[in-house]
Design a protein. Structure first.
Length: 303
């Protein structure tokens, strides 16, 4: 780690988090916008306008800084969003829930199948893929879950501005492991603007050698930079692709922008998640993609 990167991570980021915590549920003020602008400039190499944003990247950060839509908390909560989806389109699209609770000591490991997924509801990346229940180190798993449960993802991660996660009550969720050729299923992430799919990224082998490929609304290749390795193999259009698009659009119709994550196994659609802050693949850092940042920014009619 370079000296500059070390200073940012150990000094600058904590300062941002402390000030964001001080503001609580209030929209960002001039000071927080200024603090965050420095990190934005380091990543994107231009100074942002968070008050009158034009690019997609600016609008995404502006949403984190200013939009306090209570629905963001509900849909970001991986447990509560299940109720939202059930009411919206029906529970048959949900991955089966095996158990939920706030005490890892109460997990009924002996009653669980050989394969399953343990996660917490209040952040990103808090997942444990269990391929063999008999081989699972339960003590290590319990310690990891306690660590995650004690972390406020919205306030304690990065700059502390992912407000939608801030007020989620941490809970453990255990779901069935849906698999495709003994691996995690292909993940289809639809970028929806005012209820209309404009682009999607397809993600392969997410928990090992994560690779991705991008397509437009018609499943034609699309130039879309991501932080993951580009998938070079054949990517076939799912037989139920049009149904997936309509499904994603129905879930996103209430929002000016939303990423909808779906799976398709044997022509059956499964809901993954709704993501108001898709930071991982929104980095338009190459000059050749500056026009894309503006183009998707034009699609996003912020309310």
């Amino acid at each position: 780690m370079s000296l500059i990167n070390g200073l940012f991570k150990r000094l600058y980021w904590p300062i941002c988090r402390v000030y964001a915590r001080y503001l609580g549920d209030n929209s960002a003020d001039t000071k927080l916008r200024l603090l965050c602008s420095l990190q934005f400039w380091r990543v994107y190499h231009f100074w942002p306008d968070f008050v009158n944003p034009k690019r997609f990247s600016e609008k995404l950060w502006s949403r984190m800084l200013h939009n306090r839509n209570q629905l963001f908390t509900e849909i970001s909560d991986k447990l509560l969003v299940r109720d939202y989806i059930s009411k919206k389109v029906g529970g048959e699209y949900l991955i089966p829930l095996l158990w939920s609770g706030d005490n890892p000591k109460e997990i009924p490991f002996d009653d669980l199948p050989s394969k399953f997924v343990i996660k917490t509801n209040h952040g990103c990346g808090y997942n444990i893929i269990v391929n063999d229940n008999k081989q699972l180190d339960r003590e290590k798993t319990t310690l990891q879950l306690r660590k995650w449960l004690n972390n406020n993802f919205g306030q304690d991660t990065f700059l502390g501005i992912a407000w939608g996660y801030k007020n989620i009550i941490p809970t453990i969720i255990i779901e069935s492991f849906i698999e495709q050729n003994s691996k995690a299923p292909v993940d289809y992430k639809f970028y929806c603007f005012s209820g209309c799919v404009e682009v999607l990224t397809v993600h392969f082998d997410r928990f090992n050698e994560h690779m991705t490929k991008a397509f437009d609304r018609n499943f034609e290749p699309y130039k879309f930079r991501s932080d993951f390795k580009q998938y070079e193999g054949e990517c076939k259009k799912p037989p139920n692709f049009e149904a997936m698009v309509k499904f994603a659009e129905s879930l996103s119709e209430e929002f000016d922008f939303m990423r909808v994550d779906l799976y398709s196994l044997e022509n059956k659609i499964y809901f993954g998640e709704l993501t108001p802050y898709p930071a991982g693949v929104s980095s338009f850092r190459g000059l050749d993609l500056m026009s894309l940042d503006y183009a998707l920014g034009e699609k996003w009619k912020m309310k």
